[in-house]
Design a protein around this ligand. Structure first.
Ligand code: ADP
Ligand code: MG
Length: 251
């Protein structure tokens, strides 16, 4: 059984079909990549899987459970995390505080505990700090933990986004164009980090435009074009697929 499976997944925005009848499987422990031109429906596909948009029709199965109608905050609790194309960080706070706050927002302590600083609240604060230190180490940002976010590089901000996603100990992470806007050397570093997630048992699904990177790390690739799956396979199969070459890789 696939870890995540979509069946005839469809999303219409008015007259536009952004995701059209997509059947797709993500296998546990793999790095799966979704590629396709701008406007192909990649981000919408993530939004459907992670519960940010209700699909117009079709089904999403996660770990054997039908999650089609489950809202995003509950899907997150089931072990799915995601990053967005643009990450909104608190620029005037430190890297560490961003991760702590992000973690606490997602694990959400009760207002009563927060206001009265109950023992439970103190315990959760400590847990959040420990978790933040752990994930910052994982993503290679320990040395920047106390730096203000406004002062760190674009690439380091991507790593903070990864840290935020990882803090909730997800079984699977969805990364929306993690390498957009950073240089080739930094891209290699992010690829390494994705491999490290995989080595640590986290299933990774990423949307990416940087072909060389994708071809080197993905176990499986799906190509979307105008909302439709036009191909899927290993990097080698995709690179040699005439339909993909014509529609996407530019002949
Ligand atoms: P990609 O991530 O592949 O670039 P998107 O999933 O963002 O593509 O968008 C697919 C199509 O759906 C585009 O034509 C886009 O304009 C449209 N779209 C995406 N989100 C919305 C929305 N919330 N409302 C209306 N149209 C949308
Ligand atoms: Mg997108």
């Amino acid at each position: 059984m696939a870890f995540v499976e979509t069946k005839k997944l469809t999303k219409k925005f008015g007259g536009l079909t952004a995701v059209n009848n997509v059947d797709f499987k993500i296998e546990k422990g793999q790095i799966t990549a979704i590629i396709g031109p701008n406007g192909a429906g990649k981000s919408t596909f993530f939004n459907l899987i992670s519960g940010f948009y209700p699909p117009t029709s079709g089904t999403v199965i996660f770990d054997g459970q039908d999650i089609t109608k489950v809202p995003s905050y509950n899907i997150a609790k089931l072990g799915m995390a995601r990053t967005f194309q643009t990450t909104n960080l608190f620029e005037t706070s430190t890297v560490l505080d961003n991760v702590i706050v992000g973690y606490r927002l997602r694990t959400k302590s009760r207002l009563f505990d927060a206001v009265f600083r109950t023992p439970r609240e103190k315990r959760e604060e400590k847990e959040a700090l420990e978790k933040a230190i752990e994930v910052l180490d994982f993503v290679g940002l320990t040395h920047l933990a106390n730096r203000q976010v406004a002062l760190i590089s674009q690439e380091a901000k991507k790593r903070v986004a990864f840290a935020l996603a990882l803090a909730t100990e997800p079984k699977i992470v969805f990364l929306d164009e993690p390498a957009a806007g950073i240089n080739p050397e930094e891209t290699d570093g992010l690829a390494e980090l994705m491999n490290k997630m995989k080595d640590n048992g986290i299933t990774v699904c990423t949307i990416e435009h940087k072909m060389a990177m994708i071809m080197s790390i993905a176990d499986k690739i799906m190509v979307l074009n105008q909302g439709m799956k036009i191909a899927e396979g290993t990097p080698e199969e995709i690179q040699n697929d005439p339909v993909v070459i014509e529609a996407y890789l530019g002949g």
